[in-house]
Design a binder for this molecule. Sequence first.
Ligand SMILES: [Zn+2]
Ligand SMILES: [Zn+2]
Length: 272
Amino acid sequence: MIIKYYGVRGSIPVSGKEYVKYGGNTTCIVIKEANTILVIDAGSGIRLFGRDLIKQNGFSGHKINILFTHYHWDHILGFPFFTPAYIKGNEINLYGETKYNMSVQDVLKKQQQFINFPVELSGMMSKINFFEIKENEEINIGPFTIQTLKINHPGGTLAYRIEVKNTNCCIVTDYEHFSVPDNKLIEFIKDTNILVYDSQFTPEEYPKYIGWGHSTYDEGIKVAQLANAKEIHLCHHAPEHDDDFIDNNILKKAKIKYENVFPIQEGWEIEI
Ligand SMILES: [Zn+2]
Ligand SMILES: [Zn+2]
C-alpha cells in the first residue's frame, strides 16, 4: 500500500513561513492499493488530494472512499472544497459512525447548510453514497480489510487498522491516553508496520491539557513498544507548534527514546 499525508495538523489549519516543513493543513491521509483509494478524514488537506487526483488521472471516473475518524471540524472542513465531489461521473463513498443521532450524511449536510456554504451537499454533482460504520467492526473495501476500535476522545473517535496483503497501518488520531497503557489499543495495533499516533502535546505541556483528548510522543512510544509497532508516525501537530518547535522539542527528544519515530510532514509518501 501507498500512504500519502495530505494534512498532518490538528485543530485548525495554519500558514506562514514557520510552518513550511511540517505543513499547515488539517488531517487527511490517503491510502492506495492498485485502483482502490481510501481517504482517512476530510480535513483541509483533502483539497490538495482532489487537485492531485484530477491532475494525474483526469476529472471523472474516480471512486473514492472517505472514512471519518470523527466529526470535529478539523476532520471534516475540507470536504466542501474537494473538487472531485462536484464532478459528474465520480463516486464518493462516505463512511462514518452515527453519533448523537446524527449519521455521516446528517453531519456533512449540516456543514453545508446554505447559511454556511453556498452549495448544499445534495447539490454536489458526483454520486455520493453513505455508509454507517461502528466500533469493533470489520469491513472490506476493495483489497483492504479495515477494523475499527473506539478510542478515548471527547465524543469518541474510531481508530482504524487497515490491512492489505501482509502489510498494515493503524490510524490512532484524536486520542488521549490513560494513566496506564490501554490493553485494547495495544492488541488492536499489534505488530503494525506503521502506527500513526496523535501527539498534539509534548509531555511537558500535557498536564495543562488533561481531558482535551490528545496524547504525547512518549505515550505513543510506550504503546508502540508494547505492541511491537515497527514505526510511529506522530500526527495532529498543535497549531502552536511551528517547524523549529517540532524539530527541537518533539523530533530530537522522541528520537532519544525510540529510533523509529517520525513527526509526519505534509506531502510525505511512503510505500509499505
Ligand atoms: Zn482533531
Ligand atoms: Zn477531535
